[in-house]
Design a protein around this ligand. Structure first.
Ligand code: HXC
Length: 259
């Protein structure tokens, strides 16, 4: 598929794919078409055995300045309901492979929400995160009130959502919104390194581990523990489990095949 608003590199490094938001003049504003392109790219990369981890980035100035305000401005509630853009977001959220956001510059509104859908986040020291929807008369709609609150806690989430104030990379790190902050020139290479570390592991184990961690946000503890246990047992049906444990015993590096 040819994309108008994103660039997809299925092999930025071995087993690592890269999706770059590419609407720079509009600060990567997330119009419906761009989101559909991300969704479709992720469906394809998820089905591609030569991909084991996926990086999503913008450019140095901006990750994404949020949903496309110009596209939304004239819409009424029924238009929004009929467009039902969140099925696209739900599909993105269901990506099985690990998603790493590489963030430089602004990650605002839907941009911040897209970052929070990702599983890990590398930020440049210039990154700024915010949910400024309140300043344009609305509120976060793609999970911002929920994921931000679960990550940074109630009072900080309230501050960000009710004032629209941005936080910088270091504060985002302190609040657990990002994994690591690096100088701007390294944010993408750092994300690639993180992705490569994961790509060396058993992709089936990675998928099941991701799925299990996400259950911590979705299920009561007892059910989530049960879910985890099933996934743990299931991994003993894989060749990768045999290979991983044999490699440990034989003091060599495991060669995981994803089987
Ligand atoms: C459409 C946008 C945009 C957006 C920026 N632009 N953000 N267009 N939607 N979200 C456009 C501007 O109109 C401008 O176009 C160009 O990008 C450059 O932006 P400037 O404002 O001139 O840049 P700057 O002064 O550097 O300010 C950067 C900024 C500011 C602080 C990021 O642009 C800003 O506040 N943007 C809006 C942020 C926001 O409110 N996001 C939440 C959106 S609602 P022209 O043509 O004038 O040059 C949302 C809801 C999500 O995300 C719900 C689920 C999907």
């Amino acid at each position: 598929m040819s994309n108008q608003y994103i660039l997809v590199n299925p092999q930025i490094a071995p087993f690592v794919a890269h999706i770059q938001l590419n609407r720079p003049k509009e600060l990567n504003a997330l119009n419906l078409e761009l989101m559909l392109e991300i969704k479709q790219a992720l469906v394809e990369l998820d089905a591609d055995d030569s991909v084991r981890a996926i990086i999503i980035s913008g450019n140095e100035r901006v990750f994404a300045a949020g949903a496309d305000i110009k596209q939304m401005a004239g819409r009424n509630a029924i238009d929004m309901l009929k467009i039902d853009q969140f099925t696209t977001w739900d599909s993105i959220r269901k990506t099985k492979k690990p998603l790493i956001a590489a963030v430089s510059g602004f990650a605002l509104g839907g941009g911040c929400e897209l970052v929070m859908i990702c599983d890990m986040v590398i930020a440049s020291d210039t990154a700024q995160f915010g949910q400024p929807e309140i300043s344009i008369g609305v509120m976060p709609g793609a999970g911002g009130t929920q994921r931000l609150t679960r990550t940074v806690g109630k009072v900080k989430a309230m501050e960000m959502v009710l004032t629209g104030k941005f936080i910088g990379a270091q504060e985002a790190l302190n609040y657990g919104l990002v994994n690591k902050v690096v100088p701007v020139e390294f944010y993408l290479t750092e994300a690639v390194q993180l992705a490569q570390t994961i790509a060396e592991k058993s992709p089936i184990a990675v998928q099941m581990a991701k799925e299990s961690v996400l259950k911590a946000f979705e299920m009561p503890l007892q059910e989530a523990l049960f879910f985890e246990r099933k996934n743990f047992y299931m991994l003993f049906a894989t060749e990768d489990q045999k290979e991983g444990m044999a490699a440990f015993v034989e003091k060599r590096k495991a060669d995981f095949k994803g089987k």
